[in-house]
Design a protein around this ligand. Structure first.
Ligand code: ZN
Length: 74
């Protein structure tokens, strides 16, 4: 599942050295050449499985859908 909320990239040495070498969500190692997804809402890199999981919880505006929210903010 692709989404406008994420930028899909290939992990490069530069990203691994300068930004992160682990997924921001599950802390799995990211290796050079891995497909990673930049989360534009939270400014972090995610692995493929975390991106897919979060993507499924987002609406088309890239907002997280809080299933258990009582609607206090509406
Ligand atoms: Zn992950």
């Amino acid at each position: 599942m692709s989404s406008e909320c994420f930028i899909t990239q290939e992990a490069t040495n530069e990203i691994l050295l300068r930004v992160t070498n682990v997924c921001a969500e599950c802390y799995d190692d990211i290796n050079k050449g891995d497909t990673i997804h930049y989360d534009m809402q939270n400014y972090r890199y995610l692995c493929k499985s975390c991106q897919e999981r979060l993507c499924a919880q987002m609406n088309e505006n890239c907002e997280m859908i809080e299933e258990e929210s009582g609607g206090l903010f509406y």
